[in-house]
Ligand binder design. Structure first.
Ligand code: ZN
Length: 509
């Protein structure tokens, strides 16, 4: 057995541990790339390695060597160097890693240590994730294959994280961000909700007002009169100095939320970068996961009252509000509300109805908004057509990209030749490392330059296409002069209305 022979050959007075067990170095590395991924944290790696050692009675942990925040290509990994020193002085006989990519970033690096350095030092190498043990596999390692496996593993991890989140939801664990108003995280378990007493009293008060028949805006007014602070999550979309008073929407959200019954309804949105709402039948509802704030009787009664109220409201006769969510008050930052007065639609700031101190009040007719916007859109059309007719001369990045491609190809060949030279003894390790680092710096420079050129190229193409389409839409608008939601959605970021009648239009192209 490999272990036995090593024991006879190597155990000498230098050995600190007199143990007959194989002394193991646990090597743990956290690369910059790992920071954004789950499953490779230092703790995870350590845990996996110590479990492995625990399951193998012939192994004993000598020390753990941790390099964190260092790219796998850097050779000045201090703890990796320390580990090699300990191997040279026979303190350790075996290195265990979670997977081979811990040793180095690429095939050449990893291969260099696994196939050259470690055998020379008499080090046994175990890679748990790759199911590799040099004492069993005779040092034969098919690295390119294993690296492919590593990449597949990374993809697998992200899939696992997603399914773990859904599993947590099904187990009734709170996976959301800031807890809803009335609750907070338990101090000893951040995934459990407990009642936040003062806020919970307000929630009960809101339900009580609703039971008495108050509308959502009436409730908001009452809360503001009592100077009860608004849940901090409800920030105004513009004007950071805007007031933080209660408004109807915040009240409605609370009255609608089943969380106050002690139930968790999660998975209403999906996707990390771009949140999308899921269908109601995909929501994960778990009952009695935390303390309720309102009783089911009260909750049901309030829902029934709300339905009655909306039946009475004349909203059905209204035309569609194409400006929905885009018109703001310049004075308080609140969104303007649309109402109908005889045949005219009016936008008004309702803040001073609820909290008179906060806003002077604003009122503007939809026609005024429409003509201000139409004027801006026609100006935009003229600007666009001018820009598209006389495009600015820009440099073509294609020749440089072709050059970089050639250089990268050339560098790949250099890397391979270099490794061959090392193995056949043409150059020594020091030369190898120095030359290789030089090549890597060059390679990285080329790759970064190519990426930014590609990005530039894509962006230009996209911008041009988008502008052409915009111009077509605006030309059609100039013919008909009819504003539709298509125009608002595409071109209007927001409209800000001042008391003196001025309208500021924020357009997007
Ligand atoms: Zn206002």
């Amino acid at each position: 057995m490999a272990r036995k022979s090593r024991k006879h050959n190597n155990q000498g007075p230098l050995l600190r541990h007199k143990s007959t067990l194989t002394q193991v170095a646990a090597y743990v590395r956290l690369s910059l790339e790992d920071r954004s991924k789950k499953g490779n944290s230092i703790e995870t790696q350590q845990h996996i390695i110590s479990s492995y050692i625990h399951e193998h009675p012939d192994l004993e942990l000598y020390d753990t060597y941790i390099d964190s925040g260092v790219s796998g290509t850097t050779f000045e990994r201090p703890n990796f160097q320390r580990m090699l020193q300990d191997a040279k002085s026979q303190k350790i006989h075996c290195v265990i890693v979670k997977d081979l990519s811990r040793l180095g970033r690429d095939v050449i690096d990893t291969g260099y240590y696994a196939e050259e350095v470690f055998p020379r030092l008499g080090l046994r190498l175990i890679s748990i994730g790759d199911n590799y043990d040099s004492s069993v596999d005779n040092g034969v390692i098919t690295l390119p294959f294993i690296n492919l496996v590593n990449e597949a593993y990374v993809i697998d991890i992200s899939r696992k994280t997603k399914s773990q989140t859904r599993q947590a939801m099904q187990d009734g664990i709170y996976v959301g961000g800031r807890p809803p108003y009335g609750y907070m995280r338990a101090p000893n378990n951040h995934r459990k909700l407990i009642v936040d007493t003062p806020a919970a009293d307000t929630v009960r008060q809101i339900f009580a007002y609703a039971m008495d028949g108050a509308s959502t805006s009436e409730i908001a007014r009452k809360l503001n009169a009592l100077k009860i602070p608004l849940p901090s999550a409800q920030k105004s979309r513009i004007a950071t100095n805007s007031f933080r008073a209660w408004h109807a929407t915040a009240v409605r959200k609370i009255l609608d939320n089943e969380i106050y019954l002690g139930h968790l309804v999660q998975g209403k949105t999906t996707g990390r970068l771009k949140r999308q709402r899921t269908l109601a039948n995909e929501w994960i509802r778990v009952y009695d996961t935390h303390e309720a704030i309102v009783s089911s009787d009260v909750f049901q009664a309030v829902q029934a009252l709300k339905q009655n109220r909306s039946k009475r409201s004349p909203a059905i006769s209204y035309s569609t509000n194409i400006y929905k969510g885009k018109i703001y008050c310049a004075h308080c930052g609140n969104r303007l509300e649309r109402t109908k007065q005889r045949d005219v639609y009016i936008f008004r700031c309702t803040t001073n109805r609820i909290t008179p101190d906060f806003c002077v009040g604003i009122c503007v007719s939809e026609d005024v908004i429409a003509s201000a916007l139409a004027e801006q859109l026609l100006r935009l059309r003229d600007d666009l057509s001018r820009q598209l007719e006389a495009p600015q001369k820009k440099e073509d990045p294609l020749p440089e990209l072709r050059f970089i491609d050639m250089e990268l190809h050339h560098l790949q060949n250099l890397f391979l030749t270099l490794y061959e030279n090392l193995i056949t003894g043409v150059i020594d390790q020091a030369d190898y490392l120095e030359l290789k680092r030089g090549y890597q710096v060059k390679e990285e420079e080329y790759r970064q330059r190519a990426t930014s050129l590609h990005r530039l190229l894509d962006k230009e193409k996209e911008t041009n296409k988008h502008r052409q389409e915009s111009l077509q839409i605006l030309n059609a608008f100039a013919d008909t002069a009819v504003l539709t939601s298509k125009h608002i959605d595409r071109f209007v970021c927001r409209l800000i209305v001042f008391r003196n009648g001025k309208i500021h239009v924020d357009l997007m192209i």
